[in-house]
Design a protein around this ligand. Structure first.
Ligand code: UD1
Length: 372
């Protein structure tokens, strides 16, 4: 059996976090060696479209996965079960010394469960975040993964409080900061070197960027239509770029909303963007509207106003120190907040502790102190 640490990723928001940890591991050894172990990359295949997947590996220089489980899409039960079954089979065949999982996607919880049942320590990067909303699949994944983890690596102070309240032993919890910000810090100069937003016919600081894919915003046609109609109105004030997630595109197509979007002169309805392109557009936007947890954090770091299209957030520091405000999915609320940004009436945001580009170095220190 191999003495290897598995780094597991499956969906788009995992890849930029994985990249930061790999760079920090490469910085301590070119031989893939840490604490007497090697490391390898396991891709579950939860996301498989090239635009959601390969392009991130290419742009961030992540080595090709050593193992690919090719699970694809399915209902939550089917997808989670498939990952669990295939990752367990991989562990039984090849063995591992530990499993590192990232974030809160189905791949995170499923691989943590497979590993812990085989007696392996699980390391959770981005532990302790809680929205307290169990209707979100990610909240279930967060709670399950944290319960199973041996090392819980926390990105913001609320995570420490949440884990303490849930009775997780103090010694397992490490406040390391935000690895996604590591990637942003390193990649921002290259991202800003792109020809955007000019290539899209837009001017710096004079457009909005919109992304959404959460079931609460896109699964109910009435809610989705309300947000899309509002976007059309907003796009008459400033142009909007709307890179669309596959599940959102499917909802737009199925409900017959495609025509109304393609006819709007101020709205650029485009495919999902590569990492650098999205970062560049985010950094230069006047405002970002999103239901992505990662973009709430990135806009806070960049000090760009962010209207978070959700009722709650597991990342409260983006509301207190950051530039985000919860606006839900009611067009009246979103529209009012949008007008406040246009009027220049928005909180500026402050620097967030340990979002300093060095979180992955601190993670590597935690790993070096563990006896595998
Ligand atoms: C997943 C994560 C979510 C994360 C999001 C980022 C879970 C529960 N959700 O949501 O936390 O914010 O990724 O993107 O893990 N699809 C494609 N091509 C792909 C991937 C998905 O067409 O490469 C379509 C399929 O129709 C699929 C649907 O999108 O059924 C949903 O994909 P899935 O992986 O289940 O969840 P996401 O909505 O992407």
């Amino acid at each position: 059996m191999e003495k290897v640490i598995d780094l597991v990723a499956g969906a788009r928001p995992n890849f930029m976090k994985l990249a930061a940890v790999i760079w920090a591991l490469q910085a301590i050894s070119t031989e893939r060696e840490i604490s007497g172990c090697s490391w390898r990359i396991v891709h579950t295949g939860q996301h498989y479209d090239p635009g959601m997947n390969e392009v991130f590996f290419e742009q961030l220089g992540i080595p090709q996965p050593d193992v690919h489980l090719e699970v694809g899409s399915g209902t939550h039960g089917v997808q989670t079960a498939r990952i669990l079954e295939r990752y367990e089979a991989h562990l039984l065949e090849r063995g591992a010394a530990a499993t590192v999982v990232f974030g809160d996607v189905n791949s995170t919880a499923a691989c943590a469960l497979a590993a812990v049942k085989l007696g392996l320590p699980v390391v959770h990067v981005e532990a302790g975040l809680r929205s307290f909303d169990r209707s979100m699949p990610e909240e279930i994944n967060r709670v399950v993964t944290d319960t199973l983890s041996e090392m819980l690596l926390v990105s913001e102070p609320s995570g420490i409080e949440n884990l303490k309240r849930e009775g997780i032993a103090n010694g397992k919890v490490h406040y390391v900061g935000n690895v996604m910000i590591d990637t942003l810090v390193r990649e921002l100069p290259q991202a800003l070197g792109l020809g955007l937003p000019r290539e899209l016919g837009l001017k710096n600081g004079e457009y909005g960027l919109v992304t959404m894919h959460r079931p609460s915003n896109v699964d109910d046609p009435r809610i989705l239509k309300g947000i899309l109609e509002l976007m059309l109105q907003m796009s008459e004030k400033i142009p909007l770029v709307f890179p669309v997630h596959p599940r959102t595109r499917k909802a737009i197509d199925t409900n017959g909303f495609t025509g109304m979007l393609s006819g709007a002169p101020g709205l650029k309805y485009i495919d999902p963007l590569p990492y650098h392109h999205n970062l560049c557009l985010m950094a230069r936007a006047k405002v970002v509207l999103t239901d992505s947890g990662g973009m709430q954090e990135e806009t806070s770091y960049l000090k760009v106003p962010c209207l978070t299209l959700r009722e709650n957030t597991e990342r409260p520091i983006t509301l207190t120190l950051g530039t985000s405000r919860l606006v839900g999915n009611d067009p009246a609320w979103i529209g009012a907040a949008f007008n406040e940004v246009l009027a220049g009436n928005w909180h500026k945001g402050e620097d967030i502790p340990l979002w300093d580009g060095k979180a992955a170095e601190r993670i590597v220190q935690v790993l070096l102190n563990y006896d595998f």
